[in-house]
Design a protein around this ligand. Structure first.
Ligand SMILES: Nc1ncnc2c1ncn2[C@@H]1O[C@H](COP(=O)(O)OP(=O)(O)O)[C@@H](O)[C@H]1O
Ligand SMILES: [Mg+2]
Length: 361
């Protein structure tokens, strides 16, 4: 848009820029410029400071108010001198003085377009929702149809002749995939959800472990994999100040991995708890030792990375969630020792609150 009251100037600019493939809108005064600005949404405004009604200086902030992404190039016959700084602060990106050289006009227009694109890109990034804030919304949108699919599948299953093997198999596949997607969404949610410190209470880690083992036995029954789990829990273990649900989830993820790493040849998972007299107020330690497949040396430093998995249907989020819960949210430590083919040992340590300290009492 060229805003200038000189027909000679606007005529020249219009012919020149149209010859270069631009569409040009000509306005002879400030008021018509403002109304056409709204209607036509130009990308660049070439603005004369000396207009018959509103001065270009007053017009500039109004243009920027209508659309901050419009690049304004000030064109003037007056020496702008000290006004330049003010105009630049007001958002003018370039200055041209009359008589305008056509090649400098063209480069000013090209430059203004580039600046405009850059500012749009920046806003795009600023306005982009973070994964953390966007995911719960996405999860909701995925889970609702998944629930519906699961429900409808149950009806189909009840009413179908399951002796028809291909049909039964198809139903099974849909069911498994729905469950897999549900678990994946849940794990992503667990990963991005901020911790609720309102739910920090004194918890007995031995009790949490017993519950985790109950849940695990239940899952193992379903998959018909007899996994032997033994425990050696310190009955004197002091309580830790923690979020019960989160600690449960972290332990469950570790135990689940161990079960998945063991084939059906009667390997064992052993879980031990004990008090550690480590400063400042003492810690508790939970050790999970399995006799499963173990972890390749090259993978040892990758297993806590989100989405790292060696499993066909893995999400790679289980240990990333553990790390978030134990290290970031409970200021604990999680270590892994493993040798391929010989099993894996996860060591979790949680610091005690001063009141719960066994050392000082
Ligand atoms: N107890 C274990 N024994 C062997 N490998 C393990 C064990 N725990 C974790 N891993 C390895 O770490 C990877 C990441 O684990 P995790 O974050 O829970 O994701 P996922 O279980 O979905 O693969 C696994 O794919 C596996 O390679
Ligand atoms: Mg896992």
């Amino acid at each position: 848009m060229v805003v200038d009251d000189s027909p000679e100037f606007t005529g020249t600019v219009e012919r020149f820029l149209e010859g270069k493939g631009y569409r040009v809108i000509v306005c002879r005064d400030g008021r018509s410029a403002l109304s056409r600005l709204i209607q036509e949404g130009p990308e660049i405004v070439l603005l004369d400071l000396d207009l018959p009604d509103i001065s270009g200086r007053e017009l500039l902030p109004q243009i920027k108010k209508i659309n901050p992404q419009i690049s304004v190039v000030v064109v003037t016959g007056l020496g702008t001198g000290e006004m330049t700084v003010e105009l630049m602060k007001g958002g003018a990106v370039d200055f041209l003085s009359k008589p305008v050289q056509l090649d400098s006009l063209l480069s000013a227009v090209k430059n203004a377009l580039k600046l405009r694109e850059a500012s749009i890109d920046e806003r795009r990034i600023e306005g982009l929702p973070t994964l953390e804030s966007f995911f719960p919304f996405l999860a909701h949108e995925i889970r609702n149809p998944l629930h519906a699919i699961g429900g409808a599948l149950a009806v189909i299953q009840r009413r179908s002749n399951l002796e028809d093997e291909p049909l039964a198999q198809s139903i099974r596949i849909i069911g498994e995939e729905v469950q897999h997607l549900n678990e994946f969404v849940q794990e992503c949610l667990d990963f991005v959800r901020p911790v609720d410190t309102n739910y920090f209470v004194d918890i007995n880690v031995n009790e949490v472990l017993s519950l985790v083992l109950n849940i695990t036995q239940h899952i193992n029954q379903e998959t018909t994999r007899p996994i032997l789990i033994t425990t050696d829990l310190d009955p004197q273990l002091p309580p830790v100040f923690a979020n019960y649900e989160e600690i449960k989830k972290a332990f469950l993820n570790i135990v689940k991995n161990s079960c998945e790493a063991m084939s059906d040849r009667g390997e064992k998972l052993k879980i031990c708890t004990r008090f550690l007299p480590k400063p400042p107020s003492g810690w508790i330690e939970i050790v999970f030792s399995d006799q499963g497949a173990g972890i390749k040396k090259a993978n040892l430093d990758k297993i806590f990375t989100p989405f790292f998995t060696t499993k066909v249907k893995g999400t790679g989020l289980g240990l990333a969630i553990c790390h978030r819960i134990i290290v970031e949210r409970h200021q604990g430590i999680i270590l892994v020792e493993s040798a391929e083919g010989q099993g894996t040992r996860f060591i979790v340590q949680l610091p005690l609150k001063e009141e719960n300290s066994v050392i000082s009492s």
